[in-house]
Write a new protein. Structure first.
Lengths: 309, 309
């Protein structure tokens, strides 16, 4: 079966992928963007985004819809699908999707982002959808008047708490370290809700319940005692893991399993293969940073294509 | 005279500086932003901006006003001034302005951008404001029905041509190289105006006139002949030079006179001194890239301040 041939295939429809798509289309590259969804991580964000320049306050979903609309004004092919495998064939790339579609490309930008990192404790998998959630914006309203625990005391955890405070009666935040790592602004906002109790030096051990979650056990890392919290919801906010299952030996990974990419251009170790956004080793994960990296990768891909003619 | 003491002073009010300001304020850093203007390079852009994600089409001025409004929602001091000198005093920095005001800071982000690069040919200085311009958005409307030349065949030159086509009768673009470097999109748009003639392999030699510009001489680099164009306007679009006169041995410079900064964090060779945006050595100069670098520098400055307590 003859597969379609592109100058550039972009994998991912978040801030980095969409920005790369806008730039590539303006460079008149024959471009395909493959993504499962245009929502992605950022659209699941529960609190308003107030640090993307140009928008005083917006929801992740609204912002990403603006990005998507802007992308679609351009001449670019879009395939709603997930990528299963990327292979090299001589100087070209072959991209296989989950539905066994095949595409060819002279260059690729991997902007597939990251998925929530699981806790990997007993009870977690069993209670997914029955009290265990990785998405406050999706599931928060189900917990009106209930007690919940958030695992993780970084910005994501505190933002989850601020959002959940509109629904729930009581929020515990369990933080593994000796102090919460969230921004001062987020800590202040969470404090003002009057519903948040932060428990530091706490390592979650187990999630228990009958049909639904009813209890979480954690170790107090100072006293070494196991303690229990009676909660009906567990929100996991301990970071994310890069979505890279479809690309193996074509790139190098760092200790966080992020793709190693040149920070000026997004170049990986394979010529013609670029990475941008939360999937790569840029340390600070922010919408505006990911968008900037997407622009860099598209410009670099365009230069690569001109020079490899 | 006791000078005010800040956690962070940001020099510059363009996309990088403003984004850094938003991020720093959200980190509750005591921050001062010093800038001559919130307009800057981007506000002088003559054509619509269509590649900043979130805005399908906007003017540089409108976009920068949105940035400025968003910044001012935060707790941050703003000094409308230009910086004359940055000195180190122990671990701290002293910032002197053009009006001899003095500020102290524990950290600095230089985001002062770049100024238009001059041609440095005879006649240029004499005819500034009398036919020689570095700002199409400012001066374009003065040339209704006239013939003009744009020096530089990159994106800036072609965007200038697209904008000027609304006013002028005829536009020459002089490009030093053997072909124009602008995006295909910009070349197509300029071509469609029917008013643009691109002259490649052309080196400008001299600008002539009486009270106002009337003629430009250039060398045809292939035939080595000097040729003349009868024009009343000369728009200079040959790039920019980083605005770094106030900082000397505290940073290293590359061959383009850009500040050498770590691309992950904006760190320079001096601890506590960061750079972001068009003033540094990130190769592609774009609003969204500069904004992303501003965010990185502010986060890195915040971490630096925590660790140097």
């Amino acid at each position: 079966m003859a597969s379609e041939f592109y100058d550039l295939v972009i994998v991912g429809g978040g801030p980095a992928g969409i920005t790369a798509g806008i730039y590539a289309a303006r460079q008149r590259l024959k471009t395909l963007l493959i993504t499962k969804t245009f929502a992605g991580q950022i659209a699941r964000k529960a609190v308003a985004i107030e640090n993307y320049p140009g928008f005083e306050s917006t929801s992740g979903l609204d912002l990403m819809q603006k990005f998507e609309t802007q992308l679609k004004k351009h001449k670019i092919d879009i395939e709603m699908n997930s990528v299963k495998e990327i292979r090299k064939n001589g100087k070209e790339f072959i991209i296989l999707t989950a539905t066994r579609k095949e595409f060819q490309a002279r260059s690729i930008i991997i902007a597939s982002g990251a998925d929530p990192r699981p806790l990997e404790v007993p009870g977690e998998k069993e209670f997914i959808g029955k009290g265990v959630s990785y998405c406050v914006a999706c599931d928060g309203p189900l917990y009106v008047g209930k007690k919940v625990v958030i695992i993780g005391g970084g910005n994501a955890g505190f933002e989850a708490a601020i959002s959940l405070s509109h629904y729930v009666e009581k929020i515990y935040i369990l933080e593994h370290g000796s102090e919460a790592k969230a921004d001062k602004e987020n800590q202040e906002k969470a404090g003002k809700t009057g519903k948040v109790e932060v428990i530091t030096s706490a390592a979650i051990e187990k999630i228990e319940g009958e049909n639904f979650v009813s209890k979480v056990l954690y170790q107090d890392l100072k006293s070494k005692e196991t303690k229990a919290l009676n909660v009906e919801g567990v929100f996991v906010e301990i970071g994310s893991q890069p979505a890279t299952s479809f690309v193996k030996d074509l790139v190098d990974f760092n200790e966080k399993d992020e793709i190693v990419a040149d920070p000026y251009t997004g170049k990986t170790k394979t010529p013609g293969l670029f990475a941008a956004g939360d999937v790569d080793n840029v340390p600070y994960k922010q919408v505006v940073i990911a968008a900037g990296e997407g622009a860099k990768a598209a410009i670099a891909a365009s230069i690569y294509l001109q020079n490899s003619n």
